[in-house]
Design a protein. Sequence first.
Length: 243
Amino acid sequence: MNMAIDWGNSAIKAGIFEEETLLEAHPHLSTDNLRALIQKFAPDAVVVSSTNRPAGQLREELSLKPTVFWLALDGYTPVPMEKQYDTPHTLGTDRIASAVGAKVCFPADDCLVIDLGTCVTYDYVDANSVFHGGMISPGFRMRFQAMHSFTERLPLVEPEEYRPSLLGKNTRQAMQAGVINGLLAELNGIIDAHRNENPAVKVLICGGDAPFFESSLKPTIFVVPELVLIGLNRILQHNVYRS
């Protein structure tokens, strides 16, 4: 029994695996909820990817037994993937985990992985499990926050309409139209650019804002909400078998 934990900027997500099989996924957990989940399933091995906490603090917060195999993913952790990246040790753990997850889903294909989280990341991994790098762009809500923070009069706006008009009739509508239509144009533009170079590439999307955009993206795309957790579990297995 394995547990994979994605401890992000705004949410804690966890998956319970029996070998490769995902038994349960929990997308919104508090630290107390996470401890309760650990007590319930008593996993043999735990992997965690965190953007904001050191490994020692994480293990202490989770109150894991000494017998539990513990893996805190960082840039030096062995992964079942070659990184063709100039600074592999600065590569975000969520990015490499989602890329590994894509190869679990499509082991024989080239994949473009789009993670719609705090930032939007676009990463390319080929059929031979070589990570080639990608792009990082401001995330959905970050764009609203930036307009509010860097101007004196623009309000802080939350997305309301699923697909607003291109012609906003007031400031709030104009901001929503700019952010939502702008990000959608970016997403479809990047997907088209990759498909022009490689028509057979598989496009996978994940992240908290994926449901907002998935129906407006050009087919065919594969929505895999648990992609990072799937990748973390595969990395955990890779390290357990090495030990």
